[in-house]
Design a protein around this ligand. Structure first.
Ligand SMILES: Nc1ncnc2c1ncn2[C@@H]1O[C@H](COP(=O)(O)OP(=O)(O)OP(=O)(O)O)[C@@H](O)[C@H]1O
Ligand SMILES: [Mg+2]
Length: 239
C-alpha cells in the first residue's frame, strides 16, 4: 500500500468563492446525516439568508444518478478499485456540472450528503484498496477540491444497527455487508479525522438530535464570522 505523505495531504484545498461555502456530512448509516442536513439547511436559509443546495453522493446529476443506481443495486461484486473510480466519476461530474457553478453565485452554501471521505473510508479503508490510493485518485483538479468544513457524525455500530432497525430500511449493497465492515468504517472515519483535523469536525452523534444540531450550528456560526472578519480585513487593507 502507498504511503500517506504530507505532500499528498496538502494537495487538497477548499474552493475559493467569496461569501460561499462548501460543506459535507459524513458518518456510518444512521448517524443522522440526512436529519441534520435538513435542520442545518432550514437554519441557514431562515436565520442567515443563505441560498442552500443539498446534494447527495453518488448522484446529483443525471449521469450521477444512473451511476448511483448501478452501484447500489448491483447483484454482482464490483472490485474496490472499480467502485472508487465510479464514485470519483460521479463526483467529478457533480463538481463540474453543479458545485463549481453554484458556488460562484455569492451567498450560496452547498451541503453534500457524503463526499470524498466516504470514498476513502468505504473503498480505501474498509474494502482495503488503501487510503493513499483513493486520495491519489482525487489528486487532480477539480477532484482535489474539498469542503471548507465536514461534519463527521460519530456513532458506534450498535447505535447504527438500532437506528436502522427502527427505520426498517431494506438492506442495499453496503448495508448487507455486516458488522465487521461497519467496525472498520468507524476506524476509517477516525483516521480521516486525524489526517484532516482542521477540515473535519468530529461530533458525538450518540447524543440527542438537539445536542448534535447545536454543535453544528455553533461551528457554522464560527466559520461564517471568521470568514466575515477575514473579508473585512481584506477590504480594510485595500483602503
Ligand atoms: N441523535 C439522534 N438521536 C436519536 N435518533 C436519531 C439521532 N440522529 C438520527 N436519529 C434517527 O436515526 C435514523 C437515521 O437517521 P438519518 O436517516 O438522518 O441517518 P443517515 O446518517 O442519513 O443514514 P444513511 O446513511 O442510512 O442515509 C432516523 O430515524 C433518525 O430520526
Ligand atoms: Mg441519509
Amino acid at each position: 500500500m502507498k504511503e500517506i505523505t504530507h505532500e499528498l495531504l496538502s494537495s487538497f484545498r477548499a474552493p475559493a468563492f467569496p461569501g460561499s461555502f462548501f460543506l459535507s456530512f459524513e458518518g456510518i448509516e444512521g448517524a443522522g446525516k440526512s436529519t441534520q442536513i435538513t435542520r442545518l439547511k432550514d437554519y441557514l436559509e431562515k436565520e442567515k439568508n443563505y441560498r442552500v443546495l443539498v446534494l447527495r453522493e453518488p448522484g446529483g446529476t443525471p449521469f450521477g444518478e444512473k451511476l448511483r443506481q448501478a452501484i447500489l443495486e448491483t447483484k454482482t461484486e464490483i472490485s474496490p478499485l472499480a467502485e472508487a473510480h465510479l464514485f470519483a466519476a460521479s463526483r467529478s461530474q457533480l463538481l463540474t456540472e453543479v458545485i463549481l457553478k453554484e458556488l460562484s453565485v455569492p451567498n450560496t452554501i452547498i451541503i453534500c450528503d457524503r463526499y470524498i471521505d466516504s470514498s476513502v473510508v468505504y473503498q480505501g479503508h474498509s474494502r482495503g484498496l488503501g487510503v493513499a490510493e483513493v486520495l491519489e485518485i482525487h489528486n487532480i483538479f477539480p477532484l482535489n477540491l474539498v469542503p471548507h468544513l465536514t461534519f463527521y457524525l460519530q456513532i458506534g455500530v450498535e447505535t447504527s444497527e438500532k437506528r436502522q432497525k427502527i427505520r426498517n430500511a431494506p438492506k442495499d449493497y453496503f448495508e448487507a455487508r455486516g458488522i465487521e465492515f461497519y467496525k472498520k468504517l468507524v476506524v476509517g472515519y477516525d483516521l480521516m479525522h486525524e489526517l484532516f483535523p482542521h477540515r473535519i469536525l468530529k461530533l458525538d452523534a450518540e447524543g440527542s438530535l438537539d445536542s448534535v444540531s447545536s454543535a453544528i450550528i455553533k461551528a457554522m456560526e464560527n466559520m461564517i464570522n471568521t470568514n466575515r472578519e477575514g473579508h473585512k480585513e481584506l477590504l480594510d487593507d485595500q483602503e
